[in-house]
Design a protein around this ligand. Structure first.
Ligand SMILES: *Cc1c(COP(=O)(O)O)cnc(C)c1O
Length: 505
């Protein structure tokens, strides 16, 4: 790198670090007018000569940026599980762009990049209490959707092989002969994905992989839809002619609830799946971070995360609770041989890695992409910089705030916490992770609730529907979360919004 660009880069890095360390939450949330203005300034045609770098940066910073939303920057953003960006991750992300490494083929004599990626993944395993050697197929993806595609693809390969095992000694691989032929050879006429309260991306993954959205079957208990109906699970698993993937939702986006509530439940699911050659995939996009917790205060969540290591594959998101920039997700699987059968990039001599005996697998042979961004570096930087206790502290602050919001809602006259529960207040609050679902008791207020909260321009929440009626949702996921600063702001907004309608009546 030349001296000038090096200097410019250092300056930029310092500025970025300053921006990200600024503890002041921006209070101005995106205005419709800023968006209208930005829209009017968008270049409508490609100019012949271009406007130059300086003018372009000015255009972005002054005309477009005011119309970006505050999701990653502001701890007052509770709309979706977006996460923020730690300063370490922000800086590393800029370095990624600067050095523009392609983390595709493992070439240990040419770049350390693949080793950094692998090390970041094994540090991540340590963070989440997974023994790294048990998860030899591990990779960074673009996000949890991509990780779910990987999980179902590996599951599809595995369950068909299992179903074929008693018929033939020859390898029957979907990757090789395609799904129709592989199913015919295995004597299977149905592949089903058995789950509860799945994220929409699971159906999307099923569609992409030729399994079909209709193959996703929700088998939750009556009235407790996030928990498996174990009898139904067994009945569907033992169906002749069917092969199954069991997808465990480890914290669901609407309620934050986990599909299992203890080690024994995961052990039972594992036993059934082993009996019927099924694959267990855990979608723990943000729930998997719950494995960090160690304080008995969080025992209910810790129990919900116990035994998730009995899965065959696991989805996690980086851009959510790890608080690294978009786009980053991760995928872990116990089955290295399945990885190669599904993702092997065949017959590309120019992409061969040098050293076969090396344990690190070339990323292009174990995931979707060929050329890949060095998205491991922000994760590596953030893990190294905060350590296990730092990440645990971040998560605890998020949970404590969520539980504080939940308690306020339960105790308020104007709002009710969802889903309705027979448990005591303390018991309910202990089960709150980072999502708080609620509604206003007053029907009229409830219809307007989201808009009224957004109109305060103080906090941002998202709307959803629960039991056929509108509901509102807090998702707490920012590394800067601070209950002492944030809870009073939230309480004030909720009180004001409710008080306003009372006065009007
Ligand atoms: C967010 C989320 C996804 C999708 O993640 P992306 O990173 O947006 O692709 C999948 N599953 C769960 C449980 C999620 O919360």
């Amino acid at each position: 790198m030349d001296v000038q660009s090096n200097e410019a880069f250092s300056k930029l890095s310092i500025e970025i670090a300053r921006l990200h360390s600024n503890p002041q939450p921006p209070t101005v949330l995106p205005l419709a007018t800023a968006i209208d203005h930005a829209r009017s300034k968008l270049h409508s045609q490609l100019s012949n000569t271009g406007i130059g770098v300086e003018q372009t940066i000015k255009h972005i910073q002054e005309e477009l940026a005011p119309a970006f939303n505050a999701s990653s920057r502001s701890p007052n953003y509770y709309g979706f599980v977006t996460g923020g960006v730690t300063p370490a991750a922000a800086l590393a992300d800029n370095i990624v762009t600067y050095y523009d490494q392609n983390v595709q083929v493992h070439l240990p004599n040419e770049t350390i990049a693949t080793e950094v990626e692998d090390r970041a993944l094994s540090l991540l395993c340590e963070l989440l209490e997974f023994e790294p050697t048990q998860w030899p197929h591990r990779t960074f993806t673009t996000g949890a959707t991509a990780s779910n595609v990987l999980g179902l693809a590996c599951g599809r390969e595995y369950i068909i092989t299992e179903a074929s095992a008693h018929r033939t000694d020859a390898e029957n691989s979907v990757g090789e002969v395609g799904i129709v032929e592989a199913m015919r050879k295995a004597g299977i006429d149905e592949i089903q994905i058995l789950t509860t309260v799945p994220h929409s991306s699971l159906s999307k993954a099923a569609s992409i992989l030729g399994l079909g959205r209709a193959s996703v079957k929700c088998i939750g208990q009556d009235g407790v839809s996030h928990k498996f109906d174990m009898q139904l699970l067994r009945k569907l698993l033992e169906q002749p002619g069917a092969a199954s993937i069991v997808a465990v939702s480890a914290s669901e986006v609407n309620t934050g609830l986990f599909a299992t509530s203890g080690l024994a439940e995961m052990q039972e699911i594992r036993k059934l799946c082993d009996m019927y050659g099924a694959w267990i995939h855990v979608d723990g996009a943000f729930g998997i971070l719950g494995r960090l917790l160690a304080d008995p205060k969080y025992e209910k969540i810790m129990r919900a995360c116990a035994g998730l290591d009995l899965a065959d594959s696991i989805t996690g998101d980086g851009h959510k609770l790890l608080n690294v920039p978009y786009d980053c997700g991760f995928f872990l699987s116990r089955h290295r041989n399945i990885a190669e059968r599904v993702f092997q990039n065949p017959n590309a001599a120019y992409l061969a890695s040098g050293d076969d005996s090396d344990a690190i697998m070339s990323p292009l042979n174990i995931g979707l992409e060929n050329s890949r961004r060095f998205r491991a570096l922000p994760v590596y930087a953030s893990l190294v910089s905060y350590g296990k206790a730092g990440y645990r502290d971040m998560l605890e602050r998020q949970i404590v705030l969520s539980q504080g919001i939940a308690r306020f809602i339960i105790e308020s006259d104007d709002y009710e916490l969802l889903p309705e529960s027979e448990e005591t207040t303390d018991e309910i609050v202990r089960g709150i992770y980072i999502i708080v679902l609620f509604r206003a008791k007053d029907k009229e207020l409830n219809e307007q609730l989201i808009n009224k909260i957004k109109a305060t321009k103080t906090i941002y929440v998202s709307g959803t529907s629960w039991g056929g009626k509108p509901a509102c949702r807090f998702a707490v996921s920012n590394w800067q979360t601070d209950i002492h600063r944030d809870l009073p702001i939230i309480e004030k907004v909720l009180q004001e919004v409710a008080g306003e309608t009372k006065i009007r009546k």
